[in-house]
Design a protein around this ligand. Structure first.
Ligand SMILES: [Zn+2]
Length: 242
């Protein structure tokens, strides 16, 4: 049975876009992957890596030993990078474009995009975010994403009787309803490793990464290649909590 994220990905021949960041197992502060393997958490003075001596083979061969395993590994894939793969599929681009052509009647609520917030929210230059006049490029895509966090707990396993793992998810509200909640169309920026749910203050470390990326998407957008625009289309994003 695969017992780590790495072995699950390898066993099922999956590919992911995660970068694994070192985290502090106590305060859940998250660090850059390039941090030296001798580093400690400045808040808690706990080592971030498992100490691992050089084995006899490495001594004889003179090879550099691989980096030691992390004490607390946090897989992260920012939304701004996930959107590149998401829009590589033609159906996603056409579905979002279709929404932009759909007339929205005041007082008729058929989609999250008919709500007050998407209709009144402003872009960073002060104009209505979803008004065509506010687009900075003719073929720019404006997205609404809803964000959620949920947990799953393997109650019946002898290996992890109390382990609880969390997943943060983005849903693209511009998509047609039949596409919006399909598992393959939900974007997962962070996996919270467990073994238990973090306290509110610990959770802020994960949310900071999410919010910083969303602010960047809102203010600057990101350019991604799509089937109709291989030179790239700019994406800007608004968000709400679910
Ligand atoms: Zn710490």
């Amino acid at each position: 049975m695969p017992i780590s994220l790495h072995s699950v990905i390898k066993t099922f021949e999956l590919q992911d876009q995660f970068t694994v960041h070192p985290g502090c197992p106590s305060c859940h502060r998250i660090f850059q992957p390039t941090i030296p393997s001798s580093s400690h958490c400045p808040n808690c003075d706990l080592p971030l890596f498992t100490s691992k001596g050089t084995n006899i083979f490495q001594k004889l061969s003179g090879r550099r030993p691989p980096p030691p395993p992390l004490k607390f590994a946090v897989p992260i894939a920012p939304l701004s990078s996930l959107l590149a793969d998401f829009f590589a599929e033609g159906e996603m681009e056409s579905s979002v474009d279709e929404w932009q052509q759909t007339p929205h009647e005041p007082g008729q609520y058929t989609s999250p995009m008919d709500g007050t917030v998407p209709c009144e929210v402003k872009s960073h230059n002060g104009s209505l975010f979803f008004d065509k006049a506010s687009l900075e490029e003719e073929n720019e895509i404006r997205l609404v994403v809803t964000f959620s966090l949920d947990w799953f707990n393997v109650n019946n396993s002898a290996f992890a009787s109390s382990h609880s793992t969390g997943v943060m998810l983005f849903c693209i509200s511009n998509l047609r309803p039949e596409l919006r909640y399909q598992t393959k169309n939900l974007l997962m920026p962070i996996v919270l490793p467990g073994p238990s749910e973090p306290m509110t203050e610990q959770l802020q470390n994960y949310l900071k990464i999410i919010v910083d990326d969303l602010i960047k998407l809102y203010e600057e957008g990101v350019r991604v290649k799509t089937p109709t625009c291989p030179e790239g289309r700019c994406q800007a994003t608004q968000w709400s909590l679910a």
